[in-house]
Write a protein that binds this ligand. Structure first.
Ligand code: HPA
Length: 277
């Protein structure tokens, strides 16, 4: 990971919006992009103009940073995420977290689409991530120790902030949305899993599987942000359904759930999650 490039990324946002202070950040993953339409942004910066973040290479990931006011407690909406499987290393994945932290953000909400492993999970369900399993075979903090990312060996007992999870549950309830909780397992991708892998993941305690979120959660937590994450279960994980998986199916399921995704996020932010409970 290139910390100098990350600082340049932050400086680019700062130069675009001098004086702006962030209260929180929202990373919109597969299928979640249109949640941004629920917010009136006062500025918009294409990822291509942010060194180190670069253009998002995955269909359905818009690739722009939206800033939602007020300027002294801005919500940074990263519309589209970068993934490890894109092969460009950790810098593009770390950039939103780094920028958010440098702008003063206290909380981050990570969103994704995921395959449902646990029996009760169905396409369209929402799941608050209560813990994760990193099965990517890589780790974003490997390399020289950088104090920006906390201690050399960060504790992982509560990566997903219990108070933020409670706020998400309350937001869901207030919006009349049913929501579950579970353990998210990150695989590297870009293949979807084999049925045997899904069965193995189930046995080790995974409830849902995806190709993102865990690196950002590790980094954000290490950098001192409070972290929350929500999965939209877009499909039954491989082997639970007979049809082959496709990215279109994944994106479509999240789009179908859009009114609930939007309502949840809007409510969550309106309740000022950056303020301690
Ligand atoms: N596996 C991995 N990643 C995913 C899936 C899945 O089934 N669905 C959405 N993202």
């Amino acid at each position: 990971m290139d910390l100098d490039l990350l600082e340049t990324a932050f400086a680019a946002v700062r130069a675009h919006q001098p004086g702006v202070r962030a209260a929180g950040a929202l990373i919109l993953g597969s299928g979640w992009g249109d949640v941004a339409e629920a917010f009136a942004a006062f500025a918009e910066i294409p990822y291509a103009e942010i060194p180190g973040l670069g253009a998002a290479g995955v269909a359905g990931h818009a690739g722009r940073l939206l800033l939602v006011g007020p300027a002294e407690r801005t919500l940074l909406i990263f519309q589209g995420r970068r993934h490890w499987y894109e092969g460009e290393g950790w810098t593009p994945i770390a950039a939103p977290i780094y920028i958010a932290r440098r702008l003063g953000a206290a909380v981050v909400l990570l969103t994704n689409a995921a395959g449902g492993i646990r029996e009760d999970l169905r396409a369209g369900d929402l799941m608050i991530v209560c813990d994760h399993i990193n099965a990517m075979g890589v780790h974003p903090l490997i390399g020289p120790h950088r104090p920006f990312w906390g201690p050399r060996f960060p504790d992982q007992t509560a990566v997903y902030d219990p108070a933020l999870r409670a706020r998400l549950r309350a937001a869901a309830e207030a919006a009349g949305i049913s929501i579950r909780e579970g353990v998210y397992l990150a695989a590297s991708g870009p293949t979807y899993e084999t049925p045997a892998e899904v069965e193995a993941f189930r046995r080790v305690g995974a409830d849902a599987v995806g190709m993102s979120t865990v690196p950002e959660a590790i980094l954000a937590h290490a950098a001192g942000l409070r972290v929350a994450a929500v999965s939209c279960i877009s499909n039954l994980a491989a082997g639970r359904a007979s049809a082959p998986l496709s990215h279109e199916e994944v994106a479509e399921a999240a789009r179908a759930a859009m009114p609930r995704l939007r309502a949840l996020v809007v409510r969550w932010w309106a309740d000022r999650p950056e303020v301690s409970p």
